[in-house]
Write a protein that binds this ligand. Structure first.
Ligand code: 5GP
Length: 211
């Protein structure tokens, strides 16, 4: 059976470039699986149901909550966002490192439920760059951009609770950092108990007859 994959939670301010970084990571490495969230927000231009998100009405979303289909959910700037449970658990079982690209409330809930999850916070190089990136995206109104910047100010207070901070100066650096973190996390002793048990078993013959 494949070793169980990591649960990688990636958060960052809206506009920090985490979506682009995650897409590039997925293109370069096939050991990752990206969880697709459900949301009640309207699709942006170019977004497709089932690709960026599963787009739901509030009634449908609340039904998913009631049926226990989500591992976590949160409200963000007036809309629901949540992570469907089935895909995440089955992909981890299959050995994939599952990425949840979610905001802070959800991330901290995941940490409570899965203490072994790895939480990565992606930061822009500075606040002005964050504003520029949000404006360049050109998909949101001025008031939504301001709401997202104000939310970023609140979220910055929680960044210290993450395991890793990655500054997204360039997409390539950001992707390389995430990949290094995942590789190192896989080697942590509590995740390598199989290797420890195996070598202990093999070494037993050498200690027989001693003492
Ligand atoms: P956006 O509307 O820009 O696509 O996403 C807004 C925020 O919601 C982002 O910070 C994104 O990471 C977060 N988000 C997306 N999916 C989920 C989810 O399933 N759960 C939670 N808690 N946050 C999510």
């Amino acid at each position: 059976m494949a070793d169980k994959g990591l649960l990688l939670v990636i958060s960052g301010f809206s506009g920090a470039g985490k979506g682009t970084a995650v897409r590039r990571l997925m293109e370069l490495h096939d050991e990752y699986a990206l969880s697709i969230s459900a949301t009640t927000r309207q699709p942006r231009q170019g977004e497709e149901d089932g690709r960026e998100y599963f787009f739901k009405t509030a009634e449908q979303f609340e039904d998913m909550i009631r049926q226990g289909e989500l591992i976590e959910y949160a409200q963000y700037v007036g809309n629901y966002y949540g992570t469907p449970k089935k895909y995440v658990l089955s992909q981890m079982e299959a050995g994939k490192n599952v990425i949840l690209e979610i905001e802070i409330q959800g991330a901290l809930n995941i940490r409570k439920m899965f203490p072994e999850a790895v939480l990565i916070f992606i930061m822009p190089p500075d606040a002005k760059e964050l504003e520029n990136r949000l404006r360049q995206r050109g998909t949101e109104s001025d008031s939504v951009i301001r709401a997202r910047l104000s939310r970023a100010a609140q979220e910055s207070e929680f960044a210290a609770q993450y395991d890793y901070i990655v500054v997204n100066d360039t997409v390539d650096n950001c992707v390389a950092s995430i990949q290094h973190i995942a590789e190192s996390e896989k080697q942590r002793a509590p995740r390598r108990l199989d290797a420890i048990m195996q070598i202990r078993e093999e070494l037993k013959v050498y200690s027989e007859g001693e003492n």
